[in-house]
Structure formats: C-alpha cells, structure tokens
Design a protein around this ligand. Structure first.
Ligand code: GLA
Length: 385
C-alpha cells in the first residue's frame, strides 16, 4: 500500500496498480482554516478563510460502463463501488461525499459518466479543517473535467455544498467549499455569503515577521452535528423574530437585543453580529498590510465563540489561553466548533515552541497530545496533471 503523500506521482502509480490503466488526470482540492468569521456564513454574513497546503488528491479515468463509479481511498485502504441506483440522499460512510457530488451534478442536469477514482488526503479529519469539503471539491473538479463540463468556480463550490447539505445531510453554509474552490496562494478569501462577492486579500505573514500556528486539539467532537444544527436554527428563529431576512441585516445590535426576550438567543445574535463586524475590520487591516493588528480581533472572536455562541470546549479554551500566555499575539478556535483546531498569530519561528508549551499543558490537564503545524495560505482546487 502506498504511503499517503501530498504529491501526484505516487498517486498515479497507485491508480495504475488499482485499475491497470493510466489516469486521465490528477486533481487537488485543499482543506482550509478560517482566519475569522465563524458561523456567519449561513447568516448571509462574511467569512475570511484561506486554503491550506494539506489537500485531497484524486487520480481518475472514465469507465466504459455509464452508471458505475469506483472510488479507492489510500487512507482508508478501501474501495467502494456505487451505481446510479445507489445515488440516494442519506448514504453513509466516506463514499457519501463522493456519491453526493455525482448526485448533485446529475440533479443539476449534467450528464456524468462512470469513472474510477483513487484518492489520498493529508487534511486532518474531524479537526475542523474541512477535510470533507476538500474531498467534495476534488471529486467535483475531477468529474467536471472528465465530463467536459464548463462550471465556473463559484458554481462548483455550490454544487459541492449541495452534496454536503442534501446528500450527506449536514446543514452547513458555503464557506468551506468556497474556500477550497476559490482561494489562491498567498491570500485569504474575503467572501460575502449573501452576494457571493469574493476578494483575494494578501496575507503575507512572513514579511511582517509573523506566522500562523494551527494546533489540532484532537478533541473528539461528538456534539458537532446536533449542536451545529441547533445554532443554525436559533439564528434563523432570531432573524424571523426580528423581521429580517438573515442576521446579516441587523444593523443596530442594541435595538435587536432589546427585542429578544430569550437570553440564549440574545447571546447567539450578539456573536453573529459582532463577528461580522470583526471580519470587516480584519479585511481593512489586511488591505492595509497591518497583519499584527489582527491579534485583538482573533482574541475577541474566541471570547465571543466561547461566551456567546458557546461552541468551544475546555481543551480548545486551554489551547487558546496557553498560546496567548506563551507569546502568541492572538488566538482563536477555527471551524465549526466543539473541538478541532485553534489558530494563533505568532512571531515567525515561534510556532513549535508555542505548540510544545500547549502540549505540556495538555499533558498536565490529562488531555491527549495535540498536533500542530505552521499554516501556509495555498492554492485552491486545481488540476495538477
Ligand atoms: C463548518 C461549516 C461552515 C461554517 C463553519 C463555521 O465548517 O461547514 O459552513 O458554518 O462550520 O463558521
């Protein structure tokens, strides 16, 4: 069995070994971290993620029969086969992310022929780094090319999200698929989830003497599905009570809070409204090249997620606290919450030291060891070969 790697050549070899044929191409789609703008996407708000160097790679070739797809994951060391008749929403297992994309493309009226796919991923799973969106987006660009479909980037992101929402059944917003599809190297993506306006914002940490540490707390986030859905419902209910289309439309926070009697709902609204404002501030800061000034916004975002949106867990809060105490300029949880990763803005070269400090404190608290890496804003989904 092949080592999981980030390069295309080993994958081509694995494809040949698996199918006895040459792949028609190799495609890649990255995971992401979100710099700021959490749980704002499904409120028609703003987000600012960037693509990671960690990505899903897929080698693929068409099959002679029309309605059969095979998909081999080198990570799971397993091959799944599904046919037209199996394309039913609610399918479980990792292959649902692949079948869901076939389903979404067909639902949109595209003709999709059978194909063999072999994939490998180095995006950490269950860590809030969008490993599933990376898989969906990689499958999507591979199948779009194999079937000669002209689908623009945003359309691809939306089809991948349709697979996630309607086939896999997770009621997410568009951020992860937009990031995986639209991001460019060296930039964060400022994305307006209402208008779909996308701006590449330079994120050159190095020239500011800084870097971004990503630390995976390795917390099992069992509650993520039910709690994510509950947050979303609460936001939609609040928007309805306030008479606006989405919480994005709340312009006077105090007036809105005065209209809501439920204290939990008031906190949820305060998070979304203040978080949207923080994204806009963060964009202005990056446009001005003042990266260090992001730090207080990261801290404020974390506090808002912890106290108002209540989506952090003790391991995540500890990691953020230790990062700050060890010299990070600012830190916050990134992603959907209830575990997963934090990001910290740190002096260049400081990631390992701070990651090690957190590891020590995790040991003292009886938590398992976290993992960490320095994040590099990388390219979005693309064909490699
Ligand atoms: C998950 C979802 C996204 C977004 C984030 C929270 O990653 O897939 O759509 O809602 O959580 O910001």
């Amino acid at each position: 069995m092949h080592e999981v790697s980030n390069g295309a050549s080993g994958l081509v070899e694995a494809f040949r070994a698996q199918t006895g044929r040459q792949p028609a191409g190799v495609w890649a789609a990255p995971g992401r971290v979100n710099v700021i703008g959490e749980h704002t996407d499904y409120n028609d708000g703003y987000v600012m993620p960037f693509a990671l160097a960690q990505r899903v790679l897929i080698a693929a070739a068409p099959r002679n029969d029309h309605g059969t797809w095979t998909v081999t994951s080198l990570n799971n060391r397993s091959t799944k086969i599904f046919r037209d008749a199996d394309l039913q929403p609610g399918m479980t297992g990792w292959q649902a992310y692949v079948a869901g994309v076939v389903w979404a493309l067909k639902e949109a009226g595209h003709r999709i022929d059978g194909a063999d796919l072999v994939l490998t991923s180095d995006v950490p799973k269950g860590a809030g780094l969008s490993s599933s969106a990376a898989l969906e987006c990689a499958v999507l660009i591979a199948l779009a090319d194999l079937n000669e479909l002209e689908i623009p980037g945003l359309g691809r992101a939306k089809l991948a999200r349709r697979a996630e929402n309607a086939f896999v059944g997770a009621p997410t917003g568009l951020m992860d698929q937009a990031a995986s599809t639209l991001c460019t190297a060296g930039h964060a993506l400022f994305f307006d989830c209402r208008t779909d306006a996308a701006e590449q914002v330079l994120l050159d940490t190095r020239s500011s003497g800084l870097e971004i540490l990503v630390l995976d707390t390795k917390t099992p986030h069992a509650l993520v599905d039910s709690e994510y859905a509950a947050r979303r419902t609460s936001c939609e209910e609040a928007a309805r009570l306030l008479g606006v289309a989405a919480l994005r439309d709340v312009t006077d926070l105090d007036a809105a809070l005065a209209q809501l009697s439920d204290p939990v709902m008031r906190r949820r609204v305060r998070h979304v409204v203040t978080e949207n404002a923080r994204v806009l501030e963060a964009v202005a800061i990056l446009r001005a090249g003042r990266i260090a000034d992001l730090a207080p916004l990261l801290d404020a975002s974390h506090e808002s997620m912890r106290d108002d949106f209540e989506i952090t867990v003790p391991q995540v809060d500890l990691a953020v606290d230790v990062a700050r105490a060890s010299g990070a300029l600012g830190a916050r949880m990134t992603g959907g919450g209830f575990g997963g990763c934090i990001i910290a803005l740190v002096e260049a070269g400081d990631s390992n030291r701070i990651g090690d400090e957190i590891t020590v404190k995790f040991g003292a608290a009886g938590y398992g060891p976290p993992t960490h890496f320095t994040a590099v804003p990388s390219a979005g989904a693309e064909r490699l070969e």
